[in-house]
Write a protein that binds this ligand. Structure first.
Ligand SMILES: NC(=O)c1ccc[n+]([C@@H]2O[C@H](COP(=O)([O-])OP(=O)(O)OC[C@H]3O[C@@H](n4cnc5c(N)ncnc54)[C@H](OP(=O)(O)O)[C@@H]3O)[C@@H](O)[C@H]2O)c1
Length: 243
């Protein structure tokens, strides 16, 4: 697909993977709506972009906030071609330590937040009979581990959702759907973890192999720049050296 002047919305654009995706899409010619809660960081990113862009405050846990942000994007651009659902949290915990509020927040942001954004973008994409929704899932939605029960469940939900979205939205509305499943990426995501026992046992201070956010942005670019007749269903990406 020719990306010049296509309108892309990136949630979680203030940091890490979402930031890299927003920059990459803008660099490829898209008009990008930069969405998250931290306006200062989004403004800083906007200053780095050469193409037209829009900063929108969006809290994906709040339906009104999501609907309002999508209305602002629609008012500005009048069309939308790409939605990248990247906003996410990862407060890993051992179940025995009962971090209920963090478990619920994980589902609220990673699953319900993704659903809110899909719901908000669908009227435009259905009407256009065209669109591409990219969900940033995780390898943790496929390969489970101790401490990753709720986060993994949230990403397994996103992967299952993406597969069914394709079945429903691709034949009837020409909407493409891609699930991207990264392994460990060098971002601040682990700062969400408060479970002391888990932090002591996992010891994240070592030099484990990691991807860079740009590697995931490259995968997004690959998926969106395919011809309209090609749907890249799923991409699992791990750092070399990781089992
Ligand atoms: N890093 C990894 O190893 C890895 C691996 C696989 C998948 N992923 C996934 O990649 C995505 C991005 O993570 P990252 O690694 O780039 O982490 P990050 O640097 O911590 O970025 C998380 C992003 O999510 C946004 N966010 C969090 N809560 C939000 C909310 N309630 N409303 C709107 N935005 C919210 C944050 O923006 P604000 O704080 O400005 O709202 C931030 O932009 C996540 O879905 C994560 O699960 C990451």
């Amino acid at each position: 697909m020719e990306l010049q002047d296509k309108v892309a919305i990136v949630t979680g654009a203030s940091s890490g993977i979402g930031r890299a995706i927003a920059k990459a899409l803008s660099g490829a010619g898209c008009k990008v709506a930069l969405a998250s809660r931290n306006i200062q960081k989004l403004n800083d990113l906007q200053d780095e972009l050469k193409n037209k862009s829009l900063v929108v405050r969006m809290d994906v846990t709040d339906s009104e906030s999501v609907e309002g942000a999508f209305k602002d994007i629609w008012d500005e651009f009048g069309e939308v071609h790409i939605l990248v659902n990247c906003a996410g949290v990862m407060p890993l915990t051992y179940l025995k330590n009962q971090h209920l509020e963090e478990w619920l927040e994980t589902i609220e942001v990673n699953v319900k937040g993704t659903l809110r954004c899909i719901n908000a973008v669908l009227p435009a994409m259905k009407n256009q009979m065209n669109g591409h929704i990219i969900n940033i899932a995780s390898v943790d939605g496929i390969e489970v581990f101790k401490g990753g029960a709720v986060y993994g469940a949230s990403k397994a939900a996103v992967i299952a959702l993406s597969r069914a979205m394709r079945m429903e939205l691709s034949p009837e509305f020409n909407i493409r759907v891609t699930s991207i499943e990264p392994g460990t990426v060098a971002t601040n995501l682990r700062d969400d973890i408060t479970d002391k026992e888990l932090l002591e046992e996992k010891d994240y201070s070592g030099n484990e192999p990691k991807l860079e956010p740009q590697n995931i942005a490259d995968a997004v670019l690959y998926a969106v720049s395919q011809p309209n007749s090609v749907n890249v269903n799923e991409l699992m990406i791990k750092p070399t050296g990781k089992a």
